[in-house]
Design a protein around this ligand. Structure first.
Ligand code: PGA
Length: 247
């Protein structure tokens, strides 16, 4: 079963989000065997969660690792409980714009797992790092630092999303061969950290300019088990086309 996840980022008013969700909710018979996930803004998440949605999962785009306290502007997992099943962690926009280092991402991963959420841990190299042939080194460092203290039992509830920073929102996706090579490497690192059985079971998503026209080639790769989609998840039509491509 592939996981097709929408990351709406800071887009859609609550009204627009509800319209999209109701539209999508009427097309769930087209999802086949795919698990479909929407990560809206917090306000839209609260409203959407009131709609009956058996075949669409919900996720939050961010949270803080503490349960409560003097953290102005933040939302905790305690507050999110009951609203969603998944949480995004370590998205490159959180890392670059909001300066979230691996250590903070690690705290968030541990908090999410302890609170029984399913974290989607995002990792990826910049264009500069790829040019300098540092892709594997960067990804391995990110995995080791962000998964510090995560047990073999816990990792089973986690999803890894490989999102090359140079491909996010740029229209320049990694080719399916490039993405497969990296996904295979990620699975090797996870095999070293845990075991082959566990690493094989983990879902590895690709993200970065996934569109209806490149989705089929990407999902055909052995180690690609789904997508994390930004731009193309904002229209029901293109999102459903991608879900269909992943059948
Ligand atoms: P994109 O974004 O599909 O617009 O490249 C992907 C992401 O940031 O998760």
């Amino acid at each position: 079963m592939n996981l097709i996840a929408a990351n709406w980022k800071m887009n859609k008013t609550v009204k627009e989000a509800l319209k999209f969700f109701n539209d999508l909710n009427s097309k769930t018979d087209e999802f086949a065997d795919n698990e479909v996930l929407i990560c809206p803004s917090f306000l839209a998440l609260s409203e959407i969660s009131k709609i009956k949605h058996e075949k669409i999962k919900l996720g939050a785009q961010n949270f803080y690792f503490e349960d409560s306290g003097a953290y102005t502007g933040e939302t905790s997992l305690l507050i999110l409980k009951g609203f969603c099943e998944y949480v995004l962690v370590g998205h490159s926009e959180r890392r670059s714009i909001f300066k979230e280092p691996n250590q903070l991402v690690n705290k968030k991963v541990l908090a999410a797992l302890n609170h029984h959420f399913k974290p989607i841990l995002c990792i990826g190299e910049t264009g500069d790092e790829r040019q300098k042939n540092k892709t594997n080194e960067v990804l391995s460092q990110q995995l080791k630092a962000c998964l510090k203290g995560v047990s073999e039992n816990q990792i089973k509830n986690l999803v890894v999303a490989y999102e090359p920073v140079w491909a996010i929102g740029t229209g320049k996706n990694a080719t399916s061969a490039m993405a497969q090579e990296v996904h295979e490497f990620i699975r090797e690192v996870l095999t070293d950290m845990y075991s082959q059985t566990t690493a094989r079971q983990l879902k590895l998503l690709y993200g970065g300019s996934v569109k209806p026209d490149n989705a089929k080639d990407l999902i055909a790769q052995e180690d690609i088990n789904g997508f994390l989609i930004g731009g193309a998840s904002l229209e029901v039509e293109s999102f459903v086309e991608i879900i269909n491509a992943a059948k």
